[in-house]
Design a protein. Sequence first.
Length: 313
Amino acid sequence: MVNVELPPGLVAQETKAKTAATICFLEGPAWHASGDLYFSDITGNRILKMSPAGAVSVFRADSGRTNGNTFDAQGRLISCEGAEFGPGGRRRMVRTNVETGEVEVLTDRFEGKRYNAPNDVCVDHQERIWFTDPYYWTDHASLEMGAEAVYCIDRGVVRRAVSQPDIGRPNGLAITPDDKTLYVIDSDSRPGGNRKIWAFDVQANGSLHKQRLVFDFGRGRGGDGMRLDRQGNLWVAAGVLKPRHANETGDVQTGIHVISPDGKLLGRVPIPEDVLTNLTFGGPDFKTVYVTAGKTLFSFQTNVSGYSLYPTL
């Protein structure tokens, strides 16, 4: 088709459409043994649920700007209530019984200060809950913490596991099935910021040691959410269709990037949407990947099963 120009005289010569409103921004998919998929709409301030038949309903109408979600070993939904994409963020970690709807607050402060915007979460076999607390929004007036960090809730006690200068802006994270390695995505688009994936050795007491680089996305939009498969590979949502600002290039194409534990890029599953956010494995054999990306939920099949604490294969 030939290029059609702007209608002369009817609009200004420099006319370009701009976003008038963002209706939804999807994040945090988590698959339940019932076959239901739970995922966040941060802009809509709600948690949605998709049935095995594909019907989407509202699970929680006021989500406190929930971002990341996961399930613990008992099938309880762990959610990061954030503080971005509008007012009403509760800036805390909560646990929900999906059968009764009962919500338990796990933590809303560290050393008396409110969290920035809890972002993503994973749980290990010791029932420790690991979560990231960066801040990507524009309103900094309400911030109290003074650091962007990874935290661990261990038997009700919260400790800061890693922060600046060791990591710039922690985002997605995942822990290996043996609980010995924690992967953390450092997604910092500020000038000179990292777009890297780090690995840490997890000691028996839950402390982190031996930080090492797994993968560097360079100056493109690096990773956001991440999951592991049963072979130990990292499946990472990354990329953008076009650079959003001067500190970002278009070098990283949108898709699920598969990276080996030793940092080799094994390939990419293209996703035709801007700003991929997160993913999870699901289905009875954990060979279905669900991807949240902007306004759209995608899925594709794999030949390898994903790792999940709940339910187990």
